[in-house]
Structure formats: structure tokens, C-alpha cells
Design a protein. Sequence first.
Lengths: 138, 397
Amino acid sequence: MADPQRPLPKLHDLDTRPFWEATKNQELKYQQCADCDTVVFYPRRHCTGCLGNNLIWKNSAGKGTVYTYSVVRQSYHPFFRQRVPYAVAWIDLDEGPRLVSNVVGVEDPLRDVQIGMRVQVRWEEHEELSVPLFEPEP
Amino acid sequence: MSTQTRDAAIVGIHEYPSRDVEGEVSPLQIKAESAARALEDAGLGWNDVDAIYDAGDGGGMAGLTISEYFGLKPRVINTTGVGGSSYEYHAAHAKRDIAAGKASVALLTYGSTAHSNARAIGVGGRGGGGHPADNMDMFAGMTLVANYAMVAHRHMFEYGTTSAQLAEISVATRCHAMRNPEAVKAMEDLEFLDIRETTVDDVVNSRMIADPLHLLECCMISDGGGAVIIAAADVARDCRKAPVWILGTGEATKYPENGGDITTSAAVQSGPQAFGEAGVTPQEIDIAMIYDSFSITVLALLEDLGFCAKGEGGAWVEGGRLRFDRPDDGPALNTDGGGLSSNHPGMRGIFLLLEATRQLRGESCSQVDGAKLAVAHGNGGMLGSRHCAGTVVLGRD
């Protein structure tokens, strides 16, 4: 039997499709309103700050800070249950967006992940897209 | 200034006793059985009901299909579905509909067989559905417990809160559960190990599920349900039991925002609305029925509702302060045993109204002498990401 695979986002979702399509080129995108400067994340078609829909796609440099995290010890998902303990975190990108990802590239997530630590994106490649994981900034 | 009105009261309640129906009773059957017993409790009948409130968990057209199932043709149908806070919203909406003259007897029901279905809503499962927001983070393996653990970690980081302080919530709740025969039976049926009162050490030494939350800080997954009858003042005066008035209500919404504060919930908006409408302060409250999906949920909500300042909850709950036999130290917490130790079939909000009513009637297993004022606060959705808050302030004559 094949190894359980990481669950991957759907590429046909109309709001988030441009974000995931950009990950193929390892670009971490977010939206900002050209009229009122509101940073919109997760992606949408309309601006949540004004009544327009003049959203511009921008590239994040992929660097940020761990806002908070948890180390998961128990999961029923076939992929993740083989990976416990692993760190899930809310990460504040330097450009403003706050997103959920994993902190990887540490020896022991129980010891080596902290709130406030600096992280940078590390792409995990899949057939149709890449997944933005985060590792400690060197 | 208070805008308190006594135009609608809880007059009938029922809590479905079994937490493990072994697949032999359906959620709809639990709703109907609970409705009948609650009407009996009120001294009313099916024909008196003219308004139906349902969280829509039965699927599309739930308001219609449940009306037919009950054999009712209501004037008002309300299917606000906001997870575990749905029933606080329903109480608010029933009061509003009754005050507007659109209804006189409202029926709220809940039934779930989450345990029998082995639905992974708990310690290892992940929440969420097919929303665009879910499509952004489903790759990361965030579990439901981890969602709440994120709040606990940040709370510890910002305010120095400790696991031992969070454990106080589990300990007080278990103390109350051990006094409630239905809660003890629930823990037996769900095969809890070592069913007894717990200590702070027991909690912090239990297995870590998602740092920093331990097993004994997580609610159970049970079957269950219940019903609430809310009636207009003229009906309430003639019911079998003393009315429990809905004095004030509040509703609010929260979701992740860039730069937002994860330690503060939507209760900071819904609480002041409800207390303001009731014209009472948190310091006057005898009974705090606070949605206890996890220990951190209660700690954050107590702060947000104004029982203590933000960040001071850890020190505030220390020393068994939340027990039912410490009335001089503030409200008693979740005197039925809560979701942590009595029942959690997925959407616990209705049980908050049920136990608050029992306390104000003098019917609780952990009765606070002379309890006059209670608050029921439901948190529906997830504390660490998106949720709805419903606050209901209740009082007796």
C-alpha cells in the first residue's frame, strides 16, 4: 500500500486558486487593495476594507515570525499520525498576512520552536503545487 | 442604563440522560423526547408551541423537517446555526420574537450521537469544512485541540499563565461532575479511567495532546441532547416551575485577522451587550456556565466577560475559586460537570442554559445557595480561529 500523502489544497477553489497556482513557481502571494491598501488574506475576489475589488497580487519575501504554535502529539489523519510530534504555527509574514503552516527543519519541535522566533519559507514540492512550510531563519 | 425587560422566561427544560445510546436512538428522536419532557416540565403541550429554534444540524430545510417531525406548524422558524453557541443565539432570538409579539412559546432542541457515530470532533480530529479559508491551511495538520492550544501558548507567552492554573478549571469542573449522577454515569459509559475528583497534578501529569493542552484539559465526546421552552411573561406566570427570565443577550463574531490578538475572543463584545441589557455586572453573577471545550476556552472567556482583567485569569482561578461551595469568591463554574466531565456531543450551548436554569430554580446537584443571577456563554466554532459568541444573562424572580 502506498504511503499516506499530505492532504493538499483543491486547485479549483475560485478564491484561493491564484495563490496555489503561484506556489508552482514557489511564489508566496498575498493581496493588497490598490484603493485603500488593505492587506487581504486569505485570498478573495473583493476588498474587505472598501467596496472595491481592485486587489493587487503581491509577492511576500517569505520571512516572518511565529505568532503562536502547538506541537501536535496525537492525530487521526493517516499522514500526520506518522509525523507526531510536529509543530503547527500561526506565522506573521513581514508584509502583514498571518497564515497557518508547519515549522520544520528543527531537531526537536518540543524544544526548538518558540513564539517570536524568526522563520522563512521552505517549499515542499508536489505535482501541481508547492506547500509553503517554514524553517528557522539562519 | 439598564434596558432590562422581563418579557420572556425559560419555563421548561430537559437534559437527555444518556451519553451513549449505542446507536439505538437517533438525533431527531433525542430532540423529540427532550421536547416532550421539557414541555411536561413546563406544564405545557405540543399545541402550545408556536416557534421553533434549531441549529440546522439536520441538514437543508431543517426548520421545516423538524416541525413536521414534531407535528407542529409554528409561526416562527429560526435556524441560526453557529455551532455550540447556537442555543444562546436561539434564546436571544426567542426573547426578541416574543417581545415583538410574534411568538408566545418557543421550543429549542438539540440531539447528537457524536459518540455513537465515532465522529472525530475531539482530541485527534480536525474541524472545518469546504470553505476557502480551509483550503489555505488544511495541508498543515492542524487538529482541533491544536487550534485551542495556540490560544493557550500565546496566553502563556503574553501573561505568564501556567498549565497548573489552567488545570484549576478541569479540577473544579470534575468536582462538580462527581456530584452529578448523570455525569458520573457518562464517564462510566464512555470508559473514563479512574473516575474521581482530580487534582492540579493529575491534570498536568495527564498525557499531552497538543502542547500545552493535556488530556484532562479536553472535553469528552458523548451522545446527548436536550430541550428548552421559552415563554412569554403571561404564559410563564402559569407554568409549573418558577420562571427563569432572560435578562440580557449579546452576540458577536471573530475570525483570524492580520495582527489580531488570539487570546481575546468575541466574548469581549457579546458580554458587555448582555450585561448592559440586563443591567448587572459580572461581579453580581452567582453561576457562570461557560463553554468548556478546553480549559483555555474557559480562562479566556472569563477574562473577556469581565470576571477579571485580560491576562489575570490564571491567578484569578487559583485555589479552587470556581467551586460551587466558594460563593463569596465569585461565580461557581459549570456546576453540572461541563463538557470536560459531563457531556459534549459537539454543540454544548444548550446545556449551559439547562444548568443555569436548574441553579436558579434550586435544582442543581451542586446547588449554590440563593443563586439569583447566572450567565450562559456559548462559544461556537473554534476559539483559536473563527467563532461566534453568544452571552445570555438569566435571573429569577
